[in-house]
Write a protein that binds this ligand. Sequence first.
Ligand code: IVH
Length: 698
Amino acid sequence: MPDPIDVDALDEPAAMAELARLADELSAHDLRYYQDEAPTVSDADYDALKRRNTAIEARFPHLVRENSPSLTVGAKRSESFAPVTHGVPMLSLDNAFSDEDAIEFDAKIRRFLRLGEDTVGYTAEPKIDGLSASLLYEDGVLRRGATRGDGRTGEDVTANLMTIAEIPHRLAGSGWPRRIEVRGEVYLGHAEFAALNAAAEAAGEKTYANPRNAASGSLRQIDSTITAVRPLRFFAYAWGEVSEAFATTQAEALDAYRAWGFTVTPQSSRVENAEGLLAAYAAMEAARPRLGFDIDGVVYKVDRLDWQERLGFVSRSPRWAVARKFPAERARTILEAIDIQVGRTGAVTPVARLRPVTVGGVVVENATLHNADEIARKDVRIGDTVVVQRAGDVIPQVVEVVLEERSEGVEPFAYPTHCPCPLQTPLARETTTAGVETVVRRCTGEFACPFQRIEHLKHFVSRRGFDIEGLGEKQIAVFMENGWIGEPADIFRLARNETVLDDLKARDGFGETSVRNLKAAIEARRTIALDRFIFALGIRHVGETTALVIARGYGDAETFLAAMDKVADRDPEAMAELDAFDQVGAAVIEAAAAYFGEDHNRRIVQALRAELTILPAEKPKSDTPVAGKTVVFTGSLERMTRDEAKAKAESLGAKVASSVSKKTDIVVAGPGAGSKLKLATELGVQILTEEEWLALIA
Ligand code: IVH
């Protein structure tokens, strides 16, 4: 494009034409920004266009257009959705991949509920490949709609959800609870998806890879008028918080939803026992091509809600449901190169660079090769034709080589012996504490290895960590190259460093607005929950759930860090305390000791802590009669199984132990109780029958 004429040199007709052009250009940029989340200009260039528009308008005020960019857009770019804390968390489902898995699911339900050969009813529903949403109705009126987010906190997208025709603003019929969170899936049908992409293509815009991405992009539009023209749909299939029970089975609940004006998952059926589960899967597979929307499996749910209640949850998913997934989709392509990627903990992964190929509707260019052993086992060579597989959200993988297609002279792949990082550390196989060789090869450079450092920082700012919006891989790389950040605390120092921020504003890809937003996003995270803080440190084996357990166990940052110092010194009492937390085992303790045993890690944590206010963990349930108590079950239980009793006690904030000691508060003894009961009597521990226990927690 030729250099635009200087604003001062414009005459009136030229100014008018220029304002029209700018309005068009800016609105096109806005659309790409909102609609595709894929802007084609930097914020700096965008801002320059805006400034030019304003400058011309200042010279020719009578030419200001009705749709002027200075009037219509701008502020919107920095807006985001308000957070919504779900009344009941939105969980995920455990996966099953085979008939055997489905049979085991049924068997586990029977064991847990001690049902033997009794008939167990299930619903089998299509697993819709969209994104879940939660709709809060009060007195039958839609009050608020939210995305799932991280399961605990989502985004308020009420205005957007209200544009979906299949979401009633007011519930029909009667019998709805006064307050209910209706949950279901927002999705886009095949025909609508094709039409949307065709329109985008005609307009020279980016197309979506699949209906799910398109649905997600459409729902998360800041401007709900854009969502309104996207033909999104909604299936209701679950619920969160409810003020009154409205059904006794899942099937009844779906009937109620239908009566209230929702569309429920078609093709849903009620089946019995393991045989029923298998038949429902086969039927769904057969129906799949004719549904007109994407599904990626079948969701089995225990039909009786009282049983669902008894089964409860494990970690992030219900025991009473499972997703039986369809097999992964496959395609052939050429393996063009193999790169070595270094992860956060130094473990290296070989990555296949592929000639782009469509697998299950998504273009795949990279796939994992797992490790050196796998490459050797499959004899994967550069230049080979390979089979690539992709299932749902899983990273695509190279399944096998098509040997018939191998050209002559293709050499076996020589696995690198050294890390590609500047330290070039030798890549040795890792051995376990027991001295057994594993498939893992690791760069031992730790913080001195720039690849590990960047992965650490990426993990630190990730959604489940500090969740700093606008600070992703690209920005971290730029900041590291400039020496502005090297460790987590630097991110918070950066937000206070006006000199660097000013420098940043002048750079391509940043600009005034994005720097302001970034600074605000960082400042917003100076106050952080203890579990997020722990998770973000990136200690091996400490995922989100474990971080939460540890945070709750210690309560506040002070106590947690003091305990970690002791664990690092291998203080037996401190290690035992950590070991006693649910879900914490030897691997976690070892990892924590190794992490806090490193001086530079302690320094990094201290520096970070100095920048933050770390909120104490939400206490586990404390308003129940057994909260904080240590309970031991012994003898046989008649009204519930051992697993069930343990799960229930833990959900009420009690700790369940397997042996009786001075620390035991309650022993629940059934018929046949022996030595534990005797010891409890000697120690003067409170002893309850099963009936008394149930009365206590009722
Ligand atoms: S029930 C406690 N039913 O699958 C979980 N989920 O992996 C309740 N999904 O986040 C979910 N179709 O987005 C349920 N018929 C169906 C579903 C379904 C799709 C999605 C949902 C959820 C994910 C779980």
